[in-house]
Write a protein that binds this ligand. Sequence first.
Ligand SMILES: [Zn+2]
Ligand SMILES: [Zn+2]
Length: 350
Amino acid sequence: MTETTNIKAYGTAAAEAPLNPMDISRRIPTAHDVQIEIQYCGVCHSDLHTAKNEWHGTIYPCVPGHEIVGKIVRVGDHVSKFKVGDTVGVGCIVDSCRECQYCQEGLEQYCEPGMTGTYNSPDKYLGTPTFGGYSESVVVDENYVLRIPENLDLAATAPLLCAGITTYSPLRHWNVGPGHKVGIVGIGGLGHMGIKIAKAMGAHVVAFTTSESKFAEAKRLGADEVVLSKDEDQMAAYKGKLNFILDAVSAEHDINAYLNLLRVDGSLALVGAPENPLPVAAFSLIMGRKSFAGSMIGGIAETQEMLDFCGEHNIVSDIEMIDMQQINVAYERLLKGDVKYRFVIDMASI
Ligand SMILES: [Zn+2]
Ligand SMILES: [Zn+2]
């Protein structure tokens, strides 16, 4: 039997219930585990979707949080990659089968039997759901733990673990770099990271927004140009001009309007998750051999690569710090898009 200890957390017992303090069990570190005292945890839109069962399949009680940073306070007997005192991070993945082709290739996020999510996945050790970062501490196999560059502000680094890798991975996969014109659609939690990372990769960045009030912000974040997406003339000026588009919008929007902006062989990758199917006109793709694609977070090695890249280029998220007790208000504000650009919970407040 796996030995456990009780710790403080914040979670919810039902879809309609607010988040409240609760006690949860964490396993005592086994041979390859590290125990991390959580200092900060980012608030991702997925946390809210899962807590409220909007994607269905939430197992209650649910403790969200997969943008975790903190310090190692205990290591298992055979841990070789980390030691007590190390500053580390945990993103969306805490385990996977480690044997399928995707795991072998470092694509744990697409593990065939399914990765173990940081929350709301079956916990291999305890038989409960996994519980996320809205908690005092977490115990994770060292192979799923990331090293945090020392020069980065720790609280502002937390969102890199989900929002950062979600945008970095497709930008890398589609070889974004110098000489490329890249569109970033939507300037929110994901989009603001997309702008910073694409710019640091050397691309010419064109940000698309529905709100003129975000023009100055987009430029401040690093966009070379900003386009008001509801203005047809502004959109027409970019027809056939972009090599790649990262679409970070979770609301309904006209995907064909963006596919028309791609050059021949250009790709548009979705990282946002609109609730309803998006209609795609065949001619939007045929005329120019274009690809309509999607991407989900990134593997462990690539997440480390992203963190190191952000360390080199001094990239962190723009955050608003909250106490744990403010989480329900933060969720309400998140629903209205009222945050610049990520809430991060100071876990000392729990
Ligand atoms: Zn997330
Ligand atoms: Zn696998």
